[in-house]
Write a protein of this length. Structure first.
Length: 335
């Protein structure tokens, strides 16, 4: 086993609405990612993926609030740290974040190099303008981005180039962990491939040491990640290696998620698509028992009231369900 870059233990975070209602968006999430590895997180919109990404940085501002749990980055426990300390000692150097709609993150009134200078100085890294320029030029060229981009404004760049530029800026200080939240969304297929290649190159060159890749496109994770976790209603319902999760899902939600999309692999794209019925629950008042039970066609009365166990399925795989893997496989086989 490699060195653990990020370990999360029973993390719970919530939003507090203007009406002072609690929304439990991340409820008891645990995960671990090792040096050189990529973890994928998948699930429907509203399941808590982006909130989990924000929570993992330990940088909380209203309406998002830390409740409990531990976040350990390269041996440093950042749980409950003051925002100023997280910004100074953690963000950018230990853990970095690529947000959704990253193409809109660039300041349209600044040249890219000025934006990079501001980012470096915001994280309290003491480098001269020349040092920052040399670092940026070398990093851009190594990642296949032309150095002349540094002297351009965002409006002069294509969508794909903007996205790759934001990724390069986010990792300019070589963080231990990169959290990429839907980094290839809103891009054409060619630009998506370039972004994915860039992320893989950064891992290979150790500009980043590990990565969490968040998306609702499960098949994309098969070519990007080592392991996948499926998230539903603020909880992780299944985790395992990418191949098992894509081709042999256990949990009914994972199976439904895979069954509702086209997988461009032999023997998969001919399968009939089947939508998951219903909608995700309101996390102000999450269902008792299994949170997926109100939408699950295999649910029985006990699913709605029992404490749902997390079951081990071998080879580091686990899932959260009232039924054993053998029982679920038999149900699937009888369809």
């Amino acid at each position: 086993m490699g060195k653990t870059m990020l370990e999360v233990r029973d993390l719970k975070t919530k939003y507090v609405t203007r009406e002072k209602e609690d929304v439990y968006a991340v409820d008891g999430v645990s995960l671990k990612i090792e040096d050189g590895k990529t973890l994928g997180i998948a699930g429907e919109s509203g399941c808590g993926k982006s909130t989990l990404a924000l929570s993992l940085m330990g940088y909380y501002f209203a309406p998002l609030h830390y409740m409990s749990g531990e976040i350990i980055v390269d041996g440093k426990n950042i749980s409950g740290m003051k925002p100023a300390d997280v910004q100074k000692n953690i963000l950018g150097t230990e853990i970095a974040y690529i947000p959704q709609a990253a193409m809109n993150a660039l300041n349209p009134t600044q040249k890219i190099i000025k934006f990079i200078q501001d980012v470096v100085h915001a994280h309290k890294v003491d480098l001269s303008k020349k040092d920052i320029h040399d670092l940026a030029r070398e990093r851009f060229e190594t990642l296949g981005l032309p150095a002349e981009v540094l002297n351009k404004h965002a409006v002069e760049l294509s969508g794909g180039m903007k996205q790759r530029t934001v990724i390069a800026i986010s990792t300019i200080l070589s963080p231990k962990v990169l959290i990429a939240d839907e980094p290839s969304s809103a891009l054409d297929v060619t630009s998506q491939k370039m972004v994915i290649k860039m992320l893989k190159d950064m891992l290979e060159k150790q500009f980043i040491r590990s990565m969490i890749f968040i998306t609702h496109e499960l098949p994309l994770l098969y070519n990007v990640t080592d392991d996948i976790m499926v998230m539903y209603a603020g909880q992780i319902v299944e985790r395992g290696c990418a191949e098992d999760m894509i081709f042999r899902p256990i949990h009914p939600y994972s199976k439904g998620l895979m069954g509702s999309i086209i997988v461009p692999e032999a023997g998969e794209k001919e399968k009939k698509l089947e939508a998951i019925p219903g909608t995700p629950p309101n996390l102000k008042h999450p269902p008792s028992g299994c949170r997926f039970a109100p939408r699950c066609k295999y649910a029985v009365p006990m699913c709605h009231g029992m404490t749902v166990p997390e079951r081990e399925a071998g080879s580091g795989r686990s899932y959260r369900c009232a039924f054993s893997e053998e029982e679920l496989r038999e149900m699937y086989g009888n369809e």
